[in-house]
Design a protein around this ligand. Sequence first.
Ligand code: AMP
Length: 206
Amino acid sequence: MKLIFLGPPGAGKGTQAAGVSAHLGVPHISTGDMFRSAIQNQTPTGLEAKRYIDAGELVPDSVTIAMVKERLSMDDCKPGYLLDGFPRTVEQAIALDDISAPDAVVDIDVPDERLMGRLTGRRICGKCQGTFHISKLDDEKVCPVCGGELYQRNDDKPETIDTRLKAYHEQTEPLIGYYKGLGKLRTVNGDGQLEDVFKAILATLE
Ligand code: AMP
C-alpha cells in the first residue's frame, strides 16, 4: 500500500506512522528525519536544508523532490510506502503522482490551539530517536525507553513554531483539497489518545 500522512506539525504523524508502517509492512519515510540525518552527516542536501529548517520554512521543492525520488527507488519501497511529511506543497504532490502515486491519504486533524503545547513539550531521544512529551516524563532529560539523553528540536521553539504553522496553512493545507478532488482523502480526528487515533487510522484504511 502507498500511503501519505498529512497534518500540521505536532499532529502526531511521526508517532502514528511508526505503528502503522509496521502494521502494513511498508517503510516509514519521514522527510524531516531524512533532512535531520543529512544535516548530522553534513551532506550537500543537509547543508542546503539546514537554514530553511532552522528558520521553520520549507526546504525548496527541487531539493526535497530529488531526495524523495531517490528514496522511493530503493528496493524496500517495492511493497509500498508510508510518507510522513511529504508532500508539503502542491508541486511536491504533482511530482509524487508522477514518481509513484499514493493509494490513500490520511489527514490527521488537530486544531491549532493544541499544537503549540504539543510541539514545545516534545523531546527526542538522541540514542533511539523516540519521541516523548514532557507531560508524560518523570525526567525531562532521560529517555524512558533506552536511558538515552533527551533533547528539544531547534525548530520546536515557540518563535519557529509560528513560522512552521504559517507554512502549513499557506503551502500544505491546499493538499487537502487536492487529494479530496482525487477521491483519496480520509480524515481522522488526531486530538485524542494515541491508541484511539491509531485504531481510527486503521479503520479508515479498511
Ligand atoms: P518535520 O520533521 O516533518 O516536522 O520536518 C522538519 C522540517 O523539515 C520542516 O519544518 C521543513 O523545514 C523540512 N521539511 C520536511 N519535509 C519537508 C517537505 N516535504 N518539504 C519541504 N520541507 C520539508
